[in-house]
Design a protein around this ligand. Structure first.
Ligand SMILES: [Zn+2]
Length: 415
């Protein structure tokens, strides 16, 4: 590395360590920020010489990144931004902290994917899904797909691992029509991880016609865009690889959604030459991911934390949660987005028949929504009150970002 990059990297590590010592989080944002101030090319310098995978999408990227890093570790040391700091400051900090590693698997905020592809020159990019998120400030889904598509078209050498079930992702991974035969088509590996949420992909991003669905197939009624045949699929608690071999996937993470994330991770690792046979046992070592899915016993209740931050992830959380008393918590602070109208995009009917409790800064927004959906509920002011309101046994907690952090902090204080 150039001298300036070495200094920047060293200062970045020191700043992150100081921030941690001062109890201000994991320090990855401030460390990366200072490093990039000293050397604006620091991320590119730290990326040089590493084989890198980027993982992006609206949902599932933290978990998939963790699983992919575990899978790639079959080959050697892997740098990763495991605390979910998924912007260039976080990537810079993660690579500086890891020192020299042959591999890196980085979670990337979908808005920054183009920029991070430019800086890191990745070997593979995994595209998980695109759906509405943070209505007051995020880009429209179709705009995001367009940004991805343009970024990938500039890098036809990058290998793409993409979700065949999401029309927006398929379109983003497919290069714009061209008459220039010299341009080689990109290398795309398709996986099927399912798409429970369809409400952001009824309109074809290519031609504006409607998209039709039947079973797992989908196709545009006005142009050739349709679901490609996936090479990696999920089947009966296991994953089928492109040769048709089936691997039982035993995870410590709940839900079919996470088996899909595991399939994605195996497809990413395969791009580095990792065989599923070697990768699968490593997936079983992943327990909670930045506190998500963590289980804590408190006063005879086994509390499990599920993070859900937008309509698609709420549907997935309902699927992961057991049929047990469930606490829902909603805040609308800056990291959550200030607009809670998306609550009306989610069908809460799957919660009928469970004991439902609500809390959080915007519990009353939830109350209105549940009332409209005919789901009985009880309002509690504190997490403690929620624990006392349910019988001993399982308590599922589904919360959006800062509400999740609040409950996690509360649990950490006691345990
Ligand atoms: Zn179309």
């Amino acid at each position: 590395m150039p001298l300036r990059a070495k200094v920047a990297s060293s200062v970045s590590r020191t700043a992150a360590a100081l921030s941690r010592a001062a109890g201000r989080g994991d320090g990855s944002v401030i460390g990366g920020w200072i490093g990039l101030k000293i050397d604006p090319e620091l991320l590119a310098h730290l990326s040089a010489g590493r084989a890198i995978a980027l993982v992006s999408g609206t949902n599932g990227k933290t978990t998939t990144t963790r699983l992919a890093a575990a899978a790639v570790s079959a080959l050697g040391k892997v740098a990763t931004n495991s605390f979910g700091a998924n912007m260039p400051t976080g990537h810079t900090s993660a690579l500086a902290k890891a020192g020299s590693t042959p591999y890196a698997v980085l979670e990337v905020d979908e808005h920054y994917l183009a920029q991070v592809i430019e800086a890191t020159d990745p070997h593979v990019v995994a595209l998980l899904n695109l759906s509405r998120d943070q209505l007051d400030r995020a880009k429209e889904v179709a705009m995001m797909a367009q940004l991805w598509r343009a970024a990938l078209a500039r890098h036809p050498d990058v290998r793409i691992v993409a979700n065949a079930d999401d029309p927006m992702v398929v379109w983003a991974a497919t290069p714009p029509a061209t008459h220039d035969q010299r341009i080689t088509p990109p290398h795309v590996t398709w996986f099927s991880a399912g798409q429970r949420w369809h409400d952001d992909s009824w309109v074809c991003p290519e031609c504006g016609s409607t998209i039709q669905r039947s079973g797992e197939q989908w196709w545009c009624t006005g142009c050739p865009l349709r679901r490609p045949d996936p090479q990696w699929t999920v089947d009966d608690e296991g994953v089928l690889d492109p040769t048709g071999a089936w691997y039982k996937v035993k995870l410590q993470l709940p839900g079919k959604v996470n088996v899909g994330n595991a399939a994605t991770a195996l497809a990413v690792a395969a791009e580095f030459g990792v065989r599923p046979f070697d990768a699968v046992p490593r997936l079983a070592d992943v327990t909670s991911v930045a506190g998500r899915y963590a289980q804590v016993v408190r006063d005879g209740r086994t509390v499990r934390l599920l993070l859900a931050k937008n309509p698609a992830s709420w549907l997935e959380a309902f699927d992961m949660a057991d049929e047990a008393p469930t606490l829902l918590s909603i805040n609308a602070r800056d990291p959550d987005g200030l607009d809670t109208s998306w609550l009306f995009d989610v069908d809460f009917a799957p919660l009928r028949g469970r004991q439902v409790l609500i809390t959080g800064d915007r519990a009353y927004d939830l109350a209105v929504r549940l009332d409209v959906n005919d789901v009985p509920f009880q309002h509690v002011r504190t997490f403690d009150e929620a624990v006392r309101a349910v019988p001993p046994g399982r308590l599922e907690v589904i919360a959006n970002y800062t509400a999740f952090q609040d409950i996690r902090a509360e649990l950490d204080r006691v345990n």
